[in-house]
Design a protein around this ligand. Structure first.
Ligand code: C2E
Ligand code: MG
Ligand code: MG
Ligand code: MG
Length: 291
């Protein structure tokens, strides 16, 4: 009967809901434990200058090294960490670890490069964000110009006036600011010029189909707009030589992607830095010019 059917659907719905709730609670307490047990690790993905071919930055990407399971990518836990507020202590650990590691590399003399960290909505909303970042810089001794903080469009567009204040505060500390996944959110260009942003990171969805005319036009427009606003451009998700050549040809400043390297554990990225891994000469911006 309809009544019977309704009850079945209802039962199905509730049990499904409680399963999901249970999974969420389990996951939440596992995340909490993971922090205590120091199960989070950072991988580092190189950002490469298209003029020199050298590594000029590293993006710190968090992973959860779960015993018996292995590396869990942020897509599986950042959302819940954000929802539950656990992103605050996790994010704080990320910034501290990334800054300390970058400073250690600088001190070892294996190059001067930036370290980029992703900032979540909750972290951005924290009243003591400026104080926290400033404290980390002091404690680690990292020169502020080498810390780059990645924000998303939706994050800064939610409350524009407040964002401008926070961004100005961060700039006053001497750090670099970038907009991650640029082009996927909505940001009014008139606001963009009011933000003290140094770098736009073109989202990988535009890079993927860069050889198709629509995305080619978008990428070219982003690069020329960024440059005329005095910003640098990093293309994300660069996987092929053709994509790299297109970006180079259109004066993109830096690339990040599997073509050069995926995100690597500390020891492996250190190896690349020590041997001064470079983009092949044929892919460089100046390779077609006599120098
Ligand atoms: P994102 O900041 O845009 O980072 C780039 C993502 O693209 C990374 O995924 C990276 O591994 C991946 N990627 C890089 N090059 C390529 C490529 O050539 N092809 C493809 N297909 N993918 C590429 P990952 O590490 O899984 O991180 C996903 C997202 O998780 C990040 O996107 C970022 O939004 C977030 N995330 C990572 N670490 C943190 C963190 O410490 N805090 C916060 N709040 N979010 C983080
Ligand atoms: Mg990022
Ligand atoms: Mg991105
Ligand atoms: Mg992303």
């Amino acid at each position: 009967s309809a009544k019977q059917l309704g009850r079945n659907i209802y039962q199905f719905y509730t049990s499904d809901l409680s399963t999901r709730l249970n999974e969420k609670l389990t996951m939440q307490s596992r995340l909490r434990l993971a922090l205590e047990r120091e199960e989070f690790v950072l991988h580092y993905q190189p950002q490469v200058d298209l003029r020199t071919g050298h590594i000029v930055g590293l993006e710190a990407l968090v992973r959860w090294n779960q015993p018996d399971i292995g590396m869990v990518s942020p897509g599986h836990f950042i959302g819940l960490a954000e929802e539950t507020g656990l992103i605050i202590p996790i994010g704080a650990w990320v910034i501290r670890t990334a800054c300390a590691q970058c400073k250690a590399w600088h001190d070892q003399g294996i190059g001067k490069f930036r370290i980029a960290v992703n900032l979540s909505v909750r972290q951005f909303g924290q009243a003591d964000l400026l104080h926290f970042v400033s404290e980390v810089l002091t404690q680690t001794g990292l020169d502020p110009q080498y810390l780059e903080i990645e924000l998303t469009e939706s994050l800064v567009m939610t409350d524009v006036e407040r964002s401008i204040d926070i961004l100005r505060g961060l700039k006053a500390l001497g750090v670099q600011l970038s907009i991650d996944d640029f082009g996927t959110g909505y940001s009014s260009l008139s606001y963009l010029k009011r933000f003290p942003i140094d770098v736009l990171k073109i989202d990988q969805s535009f890079v993927r189909d860069i050889e198709k005319s629509d995305d080619a036009a978008i990428v070219k427009a982003i690069i020329s707009m960024a440059h005329s606003l005095g910003m640098h451009v990093i293309a994300e998700g660069v996987e092929t030589e053709a994509q790299c050549k297109f970006l180079r040809h259109n004066q993109c400043d830096e690339i990040q992607g599997f073509l050069f390297s995926r995100g690597l554990p500390k020891e492996e990225v250190e190896h690349l830095l020590r041997k001064k891994k470079q983009l092949p000469h044929r892919l460089l911006y100046f390779s077609n010019h006599a120098r």
